[in-house]
Every structure is written in structure tokens, then in C-alpha cells.
Design a protein around this ligand. Structure first.
Ligand code: PLP
Length: 236
């Protein structure tokens, strides 16, 4: 095969992440089969995605509209689920919904409406996570997402919009701090959402560095990039 060393390195990365997920789930008394690992392929070429597909990966995460659309077009023949995990500029949301099956970063009514338009254009359904801001009060660094009091309005918008399905909440832990308290907060927000929207039980949390903490706090979806693919090439 063209790229045997790369295939082996990806296979090793996947095995390692699978083992971490299984171990964390088991020690939390949860079923590992109910946790979805989204492999985050941003900045990596479509050749890597093909290798990952051959190794059994079906859930791929991208964070830029244009890059994700390009790979989705290039790999259109494969049975893949595309997850959009990046911050969405509302003028790009329609485009994102034309290829993404799942959007983890819905953070406004306006984005929800535009995703609905895009979903209708392709006569499909976009599964939506509402992104919750997990930064401590008063910090300047913002990793995106809504404050918890703004969630209900966006949730109701998604529930009533054509072509959208509300599946749960997503969070990105603040840099340089223990992620566990943030993920527990996200779990609290999730419980409150589920009271009003019983179908929206999914929780997207956890990246390469903190898969375990996220699973202990109840994550159903982890988003893992560098632990599978290696350190990302610098952004262009
Ligand atoms: C890049 C990214 C990830 C994956 O990060 P790694 O540390 O490489 O696992 C997960 N979630 C979001 C929102 C990202 O942008």
C-alpha cells in the first residue's frame, strides 16, 4: 500500500484511544459501546481520512466550513458521518448544513435558522448540539458557546425548525485548568436541558488530553484529533 507507515501509526493511535475510552467507561460503570469517538481530522489530508475509513472510522470532525466541504465532496462515495465542531460564522451556516450530518457548535438562534435552510436544501437532517460556554466567569479568553441562561431559546428554535434535530450539549474545557469541574458543569446543563427536551441526552465533551475526565462526567461523544493523527501541522 502507498502509505503503510502512516496506516500503522493511525492504527496505533486508534487502538490507544479505544483502550482509553473503554477503560474510562468501565471504571465509570458505563457501556463503552454507547460512547462515540469522533476523529478530528482538521488540517489533515483526505488520504488520511481514507486510511482511517479503512481502519473502521466512520465519524469525522472538521472545524472549518470550506475545508470540511472539500473533504466531504472528495470522499462522497464513502459511508461517513460528518461532524462540524468549530465555531460557526452565521454567514457560513447554510453551507455547513449542506454537508454536515451533526453540528456540535450551535450557539445562536440565527445559526440555527441558517442550518435549517441548508438542511432543507439538501432534504436532510442536521443533528444539533448546543455549545455551552465553560469559561470561568469574567475570563477574557472565550472558547465559544452560550451562557446557560441563553440555551432554552436556542433549544426551542432547533426543536421547531424543519430539518434540525436537537441531540444535546457540547463544551470545550478552558485551557490550562483542570477540565473536571467544567465537564461536571456541562453535565448539570445537560440534565436541565433533558428535563425540557427528553430526547436531547447527548453530551459532546473531551479531547485528546482529557477523554477520561469527560467520560467520568458523562460524555457520550468525545472529539479526538492529535491522539490519533499526531500533532497538527501549523495552520496556514
Ligand atoms: C481540534 C478540536 C478537537 C480535537 O483536539 P485534540 O486535542 O487534537 O484531540 C476537539 N474539539 C474541538 C472543538 C476542536 O477544535
Amino acid at each position: 500500500m502507498a502509505d503503510e507507515p502512516r496506516r500503522q501509526s493511525l492504527a496505533r493511535g486508534l487502538r490507544n484511544v479505544d483502550e482509553r475510552v473503554t477503560k474510562a467507561a468501565e471504571s465509570a460503570g458505563r457501556d463503552p459501546a454507547l460512547i462515540t469517538t469522533v476523529v478530528v481530522t482538521k488540517t489533515w489530508p483526505a488520504t488520511d481520512l481514507r486510511l482511517l475509513h479503512e481502519l473502521g472510522v466512520r465519524d469525522f470532525g472538521e472545524n472549518r466550513c470550506h475545508e470540511g466541504a472539500g473533504k466531504a465532496a472528495e470522499l462522497a462515495g464513502l459511508d461517513l458521518t460528518w461532524h462540524f465542531i468549530g465555531q460557526i460564522q452565521s454567514n457560513k451556516a447554510t453551507k455547513v448544513a449542506r454537508y454536515a450530518d451533526v453540528v456540535h457548535s450551535v450557539d445562536s438562534v440565527r445559526v440555527a435558522h441558517r442550518l435549517s435552510s441548508g438542511a432543507q436544501q439538501r432534504a436532510g437532517v442536521v443533528n444539533c448540539f448546543i455549545q455551552v460556554n465553560l469559561d470561568p466567569e469574567g475570563t477574557r479568553e472565550r472558547r465559544g458557546g452560550l451562557s446557560s441562561d441563553a440555551i432554552d431559546e436556542v433549544a426551542d428554535t432547533i426543536e421547531t425548525a424543519t430539518g434540525l434535530r436537537l441531540v444535546g450539549v457540547m463544551g470545550v474545557a478552558p485551557l490550562g485548568a483542570d477540565p473536571a469541574p467544567s465537564y461536571r458543569r456541562l453535565a448539570d446543563v445537560s440534565r436541565r436541558l433533558v428535563e425540557r427536551h427528553p430526547g436531547a441526552r447527548a453530551v459532546s465533551a473531551g479531547m485528546s488530553a482529557d477523554v477520561e475526565e469527560a467520560i467520568f462526567a458523562g460524555a457520550t461523544h468525545v472529539r479526538v484529533g492529535s491522539a490519533v493523527l499526531g500533532e497538527r501541522p501549523p495552520l496556514r
